[in-house]
Design a protein around this ligand. Structure first.
Ligand code: AMP
Length: 217
């Protein structure tokens, strides 16, 4: 049996972190923990923290660290992570990275890689404004490179596809600015720990698995 893999996906919104996270998940049988999906679910259910989080999310701002750390701490405490985990969208700020470091240390665990996915801003805006998401099952489409079989309808579950409110160009610009200010500094932190692996965000799907397998072994 291979050793557990604990991975962080780091990169701007729309760079392709989620796609890569899911490929790694399938290759190595490790769960992906996607904070954006967890928060969107809480908003849809109208839970207490979902109500607070929704406002920040619609403006493209970060949800306060206490809320996100609480959600992630609870998820990391569950028992299905013996093969490791892939964090997609967390940490996104220094207090979140510190929270994660403390959690790992307390549990005697260590990170293996921080995968930095890179893409130019213009390509990100183009990609995200063409993205359509299924609010029911979470499947993600792209109007040009991965359109649904029937226009506006999810192939997987038949629900109506939406343009996420925060995938509108004006909100995307804000998400990118927030990324530069709050999340990008984490690169330095993980660089110093020697954990960073750089991957371009614009590889075609068929090259991705090969690239990731070569990188992770
Ligand atoms: P994403 O789907 O990863 O782009 O996340 C969508 C939105 O959820 C972000 O713009 C934030 O408002 C919120 N969010 C997701 N992950 C985090 C996090 N780690 N810290 C704070 N806010 C987050």
């Amino acid at each position: 049996m291979r050793r557990p893999l604990r991975i962080i996906m780091l990169g701007p919104p729309g760079s392709g972190k989620g796609t890569r996270a899911h490929i790694i998940s399938e290759l190595y049988g490790i769960p992906v923990i996607t904070t954006g999906d967890m928060l969107r679910e809480a908003v849809a259910k109208g839970t207490e923290y979902g109500k607070t989080a929704g406002g920040y999310m619609s403006r493209g701002e970060l949800v306060p660290d206490e809320i996100v750390n609480g959600v992630v701490g609870e998820r990391l405490g569950r028992s299905d992570l013996e093969n490791g985990f892939i964090l997609d969208g967390f940490p996104r700020s220094t207090p979140q990275a510190e929270f994660l470091d403390d959690f790992l240390e307390e549990h005697g665990l260590k990170l293996d890689y921080v995968i930095h996915v890179t893409l130019e801003d213009e390509a990100i805006v183009k990609r995200l404004s063409n993205r359509r998401s299924c609010p029911n099952c979470g499947e993600v489409y792209h109007l040009v490179s991965k359109p649904p079989k029937k226009e506006g309808v999810c192939d997987r579950c038949g629900s109506e596809l939406i343009l996420r409110g925060d995938d509108r160009p004006e909100v995307i610009r804000n998400r990118l600015a927030v990324y530069r200010e709050k999340t990008q500094p984490l690169l330095d932190r993980y660089m110093k720990k020697g954990l960073i692996k750089e991957v371009p965000g614009d590889y075609s799907m068929d090259r991705l698995s090969e690239q990731l397998k070569r990188m992770l072994g």
